[in-house]
Design a protein around this ligand. Structure first.
Ligand code: SAM
Length: 232
């Protein structure tokens, strides 16, 4: 059986999708299907396997977290992916969100500043047979200029403001989803590029670990890093 087979009815993953995602308003059938297929237990440390389908963030080492499944679904749905897109993700982390994106678009470009997390995510995705992902280690606030423009951009860490490079790398018609605000009090924004302008929609309150960047739009690298609740 494929490692990305849909979860059986009544299994912990299927219950997570039904009770925590669909019941709370996630409607995009492709997003729900991807979340049924990707085994979250493959992305968490062994001692947290039992908690893999809790609807909360979990510790993945290096003072970082894998995001809460509901928030992963909400952010993915906000990108409005149809299948042909090239997507930039900032903050690879465990690679769980990356895997969800990979099932929903043509190509994912993902950037992580912590090399060991990126390498671990690359190994996990390779084991799952996911091949449409390009990885980079570095400052994601700078984007990936050589591969731009992107149809969708997802930032999975909280920024103090919208990084200018990411806005510039968004294609016409593209969507950029990013938490913005001070630590512990961020708002999830969706920016849409229409006729060269950026439309700004505020989606919900969230709490993410900080985007750590030396660019003018990022946080200084000595910012405190608290375990994230990723809660709306
Ligand atoms: N989406 C991830 C998952 O499914 O596991 C969780 C992401 S975690 C909440 C945020 C990640 O962003 C961390 O791994 C952190 O190291 C990374 N990060 C923070 N600032 C970054 C930056 N400037 N460039 C790239 N990655 C960054």
């Amino acid at each position: 059986m494929s490692l990305l087979a849909a979860a059986e009815p009544g299994s912990p993953r299927e219950r997570m999708v039904r009770e925590h995602l669909a019941a709370r308003g996630i409607q995009d059938a492709r997003v729900l299907d991807a979340m049924l297929r990707v085994p979250r237990e493959a992305f968490v440390p062994a001692f947290l396997t039992q908690n893999a389908y809790d609807d909360r963030p979990l510790y993945i080492g290096y003072e970082q977290t894998i995001s809460q499944p509901y928030i992963v679904a909400l952010m993915t749905e906000a990108l409005q992916l149809k299948g042909q897109e090239r997507v930039l993700e900032v903050g690879t982390g465990s690679g769980y969100q990356t895997a969800i994106l990979a099932l929903l678009c043509a190509e994912v470009y993902t950037i992580e500043r912590i090399r060991k997390l990126s390498i671990r995510a690359q190994t996990t995705l390779r084991k799952l047979g996911i091949t449409n992902v390009q990885f980079r280690v570095g400052d994601g606030a700078l984007g990936w200029p050589e591969a731009a423009p992107f149809d969708a951009i997802l930032v999975t860490a909280g920024a103090s403001e919208l990084p200018r490079a990411l806005a510039e790398q968004l294609a016409e018609g593209g969507r950029l989803v990013i938490p913005i605000g001070p630590l512990g009090s961020q708002t999830l924004h969706r920016f849409t590029r229409k006729q060269g302008q950026l439309l700004d929609e505020k989606l919900t309150r969230v709490a993410f670990v900080p985007l750590i960047s030396e660019t003018e739009a990022g946080q200084p690298s000595e910012s405190p890093v608290e375990p994230s609740s990723d809660e709306p």
